[in-house]
Design a protein around this ligand. Sequence first.
Ligand SMILES: Cc1cc2nc3c(=O)[nH]c(=O)nc-3n(C[C@H](O)[C@H](O)[C@H](O)COP(=O)(O)OP(=O)(O)OC[C@H]3O[C@@H](n4cnc5c(N)ncnc54)[C@H](O)[C@@H]3O)c2cc1C
Length: 380
Amino acid sequence: MHDVLVVGSGPSGSYVSYSLARLGFDVVNMEEHREVGRPVECTGLVSERVFKYVKTKAEVNSVNGAHIFFPNGKSIHIHKGDRTIVMDRDQFDKDASAMAISSGANIMINSRVLSVKVDDEGVTARYRQDGNLKEIRSRIVVGADGVNSIVRKELGYPRPSRVISTYQVDSAARMEDQNSVNVYVGSQSTRGFFGWATPAGELSKIGVGTYRKPAFDHFQYINRKFGSQKILGINGGGIPLTFLKKTYGKRNLLVGDAAGIVKPLSGGGIFTGIVSARHASEAIRNVLENEDFSENSLSGYQAGWRGELGLELRFDAMAQRFFSGIPDSSLNKIYNILSSPKNIETINKLGDIDFPSKVILSILLRNPGIIPHAFRRNGS
Ligand SMILES: Cc1cc2nc3c(=O)[nH]c(=O)nc-3n(C[C@H](O)[C@H](O)[C@H](O)COP(=O)(O)OP(=O)(O)OC[C@H]3O[C@@H](n4cnc5c(N)ncnc54)[C@H](O)[C@@H]3O)c2cc1C
């Protein structure tokens, strides 16, 4: 029987596999696709914090600012001291998986987990590999299998309550400002989230997220400046914006997107997924060393990741819900407030892609006039 079965070789799964294998545990990591890192469903924007966890040469560009476009067509430009990395996500996932392999994890690609059952002695997973149905036994299972997690479903967890749809393209339209991302808000650009264009040299990642509405129409609006004849590839997928109340059970836990551990304001889940993976590894290590596989023995996992990220994610989820429904007229008024030099200075000083609550709170405290706009809804 293996010590740990990790389902999914995204950043979260690879990081759990790496951390536990380097401690000497017998780790199997299954990936349903024929290639780790593919297909790419990501923009690849991360803070430098991520590069402290994964040794990678995936950086293709870095930005230190954003142009935020409002419905009135005007924009504000914010600027940060720190770099935000634009990376080749395929390469990043391969590098994270290579770290797991070098530390001794057994990666099985083209292996799709179909069912998971927990009993008193262990976990049985059925999977399909090269067309053959097989079974594997482990002492613990980790669901690192993304937004549509089969582990989560099989073990009776609910789905994250708020999941946005995205439509993104790789475009050959080179963005003029290679140091800033574009962010688009307003009813033409999105419903319930935002649109974006990210410079990555000759390529740009242009996309949009929407909640309970098709993303494609909004994408066309954003992409009109970039040109449909320049599209090289289409991708996208769901992004969970709310985490599960409970992320562990007897002999199992969920990490990253599978548990909805994602930054709700940006939809970024690489950093938060890896942080959850780090806490998961610590909890699993204790369980394996103490041979106590009860549900309670894994509760430290949730206490750990929520202690580090929980408050931030809860605040951001609330802010996301409020700000995502604001009508265009109110967004334009917010533009008038935010574009003052004092507010731009505050945003530049306090903005942090991983921990945005500080800048939001500070702006709201200085400009309470924004608050009534946050409560306005389309049609009100
Ligand atoms: C369009 C888009 C843009 C994004 N941009 C950013 C960004 O700029 N920055 C950022 O931080 N985040 C971004 N995200 C979010 C980010 O991609 C995810 O949060 C991140 O990938 C989560 O990592 P994970 O390892 O938890 O899950 P995933 O990366 O989804 O990995 C899950 C893995 O499990 C595998 N799997 C699934 N089911 C099974 C099964 N049954 N058996 C075996 N394997 C299975 C999948 O093939 C996959 O490889 C974006 C998402 C989208 C959709």
